[in-house]
Design a protein around this ligand. Sequence first.
Ligand SMILES: Cc1cc2nc3c(=O)[nH]c(=O)nc-3n(C[C@H](O)[C@H](O)[C@H](O)COP(=O)(O)OP(=O)(O)OC[C@H]3O[C@@H](n4cnc5c(N)ncnc54)[C@H](O)[C@@H]3O)c2cc1C
Length: 485
Amino acid sequence: MPMISSISPNNPAETGPRCRDIIYKGDPRVETYKRDAVMAGDPDAVVRPRDMQEVIEVVKWCNGNGTPLTVCGARTSMTGSSVAEGGILLATDRFNKIIDIGEKEGRGYAIVEPAVIAKDFQRIVEEKGLHYPVAPTSCDNAFVGGTVATNATGEDFYKYGPTRSFVREVSFIKADGTTGTFSRGSSAPPAAIKGHGGYFLEGFEIDRLIGSEGTLAVITRIVFDLLPKIPKIFVMLVPFPSHIEALSFIDETNKNNYRPRAIEYIDTFAISLMKTCDACPKFTDDIKACLYIKDESFDGPLEPIIEKWFELISKALEKYPHLLEQTIIAVTDKEKENLHALRHQIPQVISETNEKIEKAGGGKVSGDWWVPKDKMLVTMKKTYEEALPLNIDFTMYGHLGDGHPHTTYLCRTSEEKAKVKELVKLQSRRAAELGGGVAGEHGIGKIKHDLLKIQYPSDVIAKMKELKQKFDPKWILGRGNILDL
Ligand SMILES: Cc1cc2nc3c(=O)[nH]c(=O)nc-3n(C[C@H](O)[C@H](O)[C@H](O)COP(=O)(O)OP(=O)(O)OC[C@H]3O[C@@H](n4cnc5c(N)ncnc54)[C@H](O)[C@@H]3O)c2cc1C
């Protein structure tokens, strides 16, 4: 198999793909493209095409030479999916145009290139009086192309579902260099569901590409559905005296079919991380868990909705009036920003801690499993029973409304890491057996193949391999992601 090193600067450039911007291995600029959020790769070259014709040339060249081609967006992946272990890394960052935003037949739409930053996209859409509700925590950096390729979810999944729910059309380049567009026409997207990892074999052709982690095609243009109005939003931070009471409150809202925009859980350890933020209020020490609740109104005033939530919370905290007094309700932009900063302090501190413990030989181990809402309370209890006796810093926080906690273990040593990885595997298996999933939002990438085998029987994995074979017979795209070669 010809190696990409055959187009190193010492060799005639015409033997390589026709692309005006190629950075070769050894050039310090390659360093920028080596890592995602969890691992480092080692690409032989990085290409930064200036137009789609160059992308086609690169893809065709790789296909012709059997050279692995990894596509990357902003490289915030949590699974190694955007790093290249050899071969060419195709950086999409030059394709960052918003082509059109508008409204047609009462429905908003946006036509965009893949490298538009998710946060910028949301802001620009709002400037047009429309709304796009999917924002992963990484939205300050992640590209919309990356969010489609991973079917990313944000805290507002609870009401609005994942990226898939808003993707109407995707244009792409296949491994052989041919171009195409998949559209769902005027049909509704599949019911919103958290991720299971691997390819989505139901729905429409477009659904194979969404969440395919760069393994089926290069996404070159996306048409998103938008909400036709900007909602008024408020956020509450509600303290609870115990995990059980906070979790029971979520369980109760689920049972009663209350569907706020988001409902997130923050456990005792996560509160201690939140407290490292200057904006954190002086909570009393008996607060053992918090809920971060976000709701909205499109047409009427917010007050009746706030009152409804306050009534529910007052009932839940009947015996703890001093906790009710510490409830924070954020309505103005400034107040909401402060609460948002508090919530986001948690992954921020985890990431900083991880850097330190990695240097000492340990590191963070995270679970991405989720369970159906009615199994959430019992699963969380069990998870605490398993995790706390390990005497390792451990937290569960995040999308509990969807039965999808971020379980994070901060391991001090490689031995602890190995032990915890086995535990997370067991918990993922249990989640799958309960009807949930092993990969709620981060996908499979290069590091979670074992979980895919837990999630699906071999005949389903065989169907996924058939699909891969159909799109990319030489398996050059996103090699190492999702499926074993
Ligand atoms: C701090 C932090 C918080 C996060 N929070 C969330 C969260 O709340 N929710 C969530 O879902 N995820 C989250 N993530 C994971 C990650 O940010 C998302 O998966 C995001 O969608 C990736 O976007 P990206 O542009 O960085 O893609 P990359 O990491 O560059 O790529 C991810 C995958 O998409 C493929 N890809 C990228 N662009 C294309 C393209 N144009 N065509 C084909 N394939 C492509 C890549 O090959 C790769 O497989 C978080 C990550 C971090 C570091």
